[in-house]
Design a protein around this ligand. Structure first.
Ligand code: MFK
Length: 563
């Protein structure tokens, strides 16, 4: 028998994560940090142990849709996989959604919740998706202030009892598009008894096993476009537990997230209740978008962390060309750059988590709302792209094994690939950043945020990095203030990424200084220095904007010719 490589095994994912523990120690008051650590350690153990093992055993299982029973009755039953069934119970018991609404935690509720999500998400094959929708639905109902719906649904969405907890779906995407929801074709009609019913087709719904959903539809006399859409609350089943006014046409055959029973739905007169008025539905549903975009960002962190954790373990045990991989300079460089990306984004995402916690608890300071509005699309678009890059490198760090399905590694990349797509693509979110600038003074607040994070630095060693951060932000500011509307759109992605990377660097420097001072650990500082070398300012000034535009047009559309 020849050589056999032992597989990478995970340590407790809380105990083993210096970045998570030191960040929580800075962000949370010490007694709360101490109190939370027991449950987080337990989740870290589940993530590395029982759930990780179950995940491998569940690898080839997928949800199954049964549309008809043996006697010809339409039932549209979806059977979930064992991993997801276990995840549902644990998510309720550990309050993966409820923690965010625990008033005893005050402004820290979101930070404690998202620390749990970060530990849970990578071992549960995107069970984070229905949880994100559930959290978004609870927040949307509370914001809409619809008392009867709040009384009926919110206690169920926030239940910690697996037998009582509801999940929610979010049905927005139609065949006309997942981005331009203003073109939705679903119709809402009010019956003579005053009850609303919906007719239409939802092309991409997550997830149909939910007890309720929030959806958009156009009351028949309303105008076209997004202002004519209304947001509706739907309960998916009747008193006997049968789907009411809904048909599941099929489950989607997707690249990844294959445990998520994403379905095409036909709405055939499903009963629905308007959430808040009969128009401007996208604005009503916006809290859902913003909450789920943050879940998307935390999930990106979780997948990056999982991939890097596995690659590090592997590098310590794998011997090539006479040495362990971890002792090879080029491999160390590769892993170090990945960790630096993760550390910078972790600080940025958890800053947004903290802001959301403050705003929801009503302890926000002047400007927190504007900063949150601007940073939410930025963290989503930054981390979504980054997760794909990082997970692609992680697979490569395993050589051929990373490309082999039963190592359980390829699924990380496939699942990561959805993160820049769903909940708004990178380009749609880049345009949302521009929209957010119009709606608020977010840019001024972001400048104050960077100044705050970098204030009081006397140590000369930090100066090159702080200068780089300010220079990138100033460049973005100068660019946006002189861009024509067309340039603004064409350059929105580089602009948003530059703001994101500059802010992430500032926040990482802030954390690194704290970590060095309090614990003497210099690894966050090392991450800041390496992150800074990977490109902060991504804006390219066009010397001759018109000619550059012509070049790009010719390259994007092969029926055009550059002249
Ligand atoms: C692991 C966790 C992951 C989560 C799993 C997700 C699985 C789900 C699968 C899916 O369903 S993916 C589909 C998700 N779809 C999207 O994310 C939609 C992407 N498109 C957009 O975000 C568009 O920008 C948008 C639909 C919001 C454009 O809407 P409109 O109505 O055409 O644009 P408009 O007129 O600018 O915005 C309408 C109002 O909403 C405006 O307010 P006013 O009426 O007061 O003027 C906007 O300011 C407001 N608004 C839009 N986006 C907002 C917002 N307000 C706050 N926050 C936002 N993000």
């Amino acid at each position: 028998m020849g050589f056999t490589q032992s597989p990478p095994r995970l340590e407790n994912q809380y105990v083993d994560d210096r970045m998570l523990r030191s960040s929580l120690a800075r962000l949370l008051p010490p007694p709360l940090c101490e109190r939370s650590s027991g449950e987080l350690e337990h989740l870290g153990e589940l993530a590395a142990g029982e759930l990780f093992t179950l995940q491998q055993a569940d690898r080839v299982n997928e949800p199954v849709l049964t549309q008809w029973d043996a006697w010809g009755e339409r039932i549209d039953r979806i059977e979930l996989t064992p991993l997801w069934r276990r995840a549902a119970g644990l998510a309720a018991e550990h309050g993966l959604v409820a923690t965010a609404y625990d008033s005893a935690l005050g402004e820290y509720a979101r930070a404690v919740q998202m620390a749990k999500v970060y530990l849970f998400a990578a071992s549960t094959d995107m069970y984070a998706c229905p949880l994100a929708m559930t959290d978004g639905a609870a927040r949307t109902l509370l914001t809409a202030d619809n008392r009867s719906l709040i009384d009926r649904a919110v206690p169920r969405l926030l239940s910690r009892d697996p037998a009582c907890m509801w999940t929610s779906g979010q049905w927005m995407t139609e065949t006309t598009g997942g981005s331009d929801v203003g073109r939705s074709e679903t119709e809402a009609r009010c019956s003579e008894d005053g009850r609303w019913r919906l007719w239409g087709r939802k092309w991409f719904t997550s997830a149909t096993t939910a007890e309720m959903a929030i959806t958009l539809a156009r009351p028949v006399d309303n105008p076209a476009g997004s202002r004519g859409l209304a947001a509706f609350y739907v309960e998916t089943r009747d008193a006997e537990g049968r789907l009411q006014g809904l048909e599941v046409q099929r489950l989607k055959d997707k690249l990844g997230t294959r445990k998520v029973p994403t379905a095409e739905l036909r709405l055939c007169g499903v009963h629905a209740i308007p959430l808040a008025g009969l128009d401007r539905g996208t604005r009503v549903i916006a809290p859902m978008l913003n909450v789920t975009r943050l879940w998307n960002s935390v999930t990106a962190l979780a997948l990056m962390r999982r991939g890097i954790a596995l690659a590090r373990v592997y590098a310590r045990q794998r011997v090539v060309f006479g040495a362990r991989l971890v002792d090879k300079p080029l491999h160390r460089t590769t892993l170090g750059v990945l960790q630096a990306e993760l550390e910078a984004s972790f600080q940025l995402v958890f800053r947004v988590v903290t802001l959301l916690g403050r705003v929801e608890a009503g302890t926000d300071a002047d400007g927190d709302v504007a900063l949150l509005r601007l940073l939410t699309p930025i963290v989503k678009l930054l981390t979504g792209k980054q997760a794909v890059k990082v997970l692609s490198e992680v697979l490569e760090a395993f050589g051929g094994a990373g490309y082999v399905e039963d190592t359980g590694l390829p699924v990380l990349l496939r699942d990561a690939q959805v993160l820049p797509i769903w909940e708004g693509t990178t380009n749609v979110l880049s345009l949302d950043v521009i929209r957010a600038l119009r709606d608020s003074d977010g840019l001024k607040r972001l400048q104050e945020e960077i100044d705050r994070a970098l204030s009081g630095i006397g140590d000369e060693a930090w100066l090159p990095l702080t200068r780089m951060t300010h220079a990138a932000f100033d460049h973005a500011l100068a660019w946006v203030s002189q861009a024509t509307p067309e340039h603004l759109e064409a350059g929105a992605r580089a602009f948003a990424l530059t703001l994101g990377r500059a802010t992430a660097l500032a926040l990482l420097i802030e954390h690194a200084r704290w970590e060095e001072a309090v614990t003497g650990d210099g690894r966050a500082a090392a991450a800041a220095r390496i992150f800074a070398r990977s490109g902060i300012d991504l804006i390219v000034d066009d010397e001759e904007p018109t000619s550059v535009r012509r070049d790009l047009e010719a390259l994007a559309d092969d029926r055009r010719h550059a002249s």
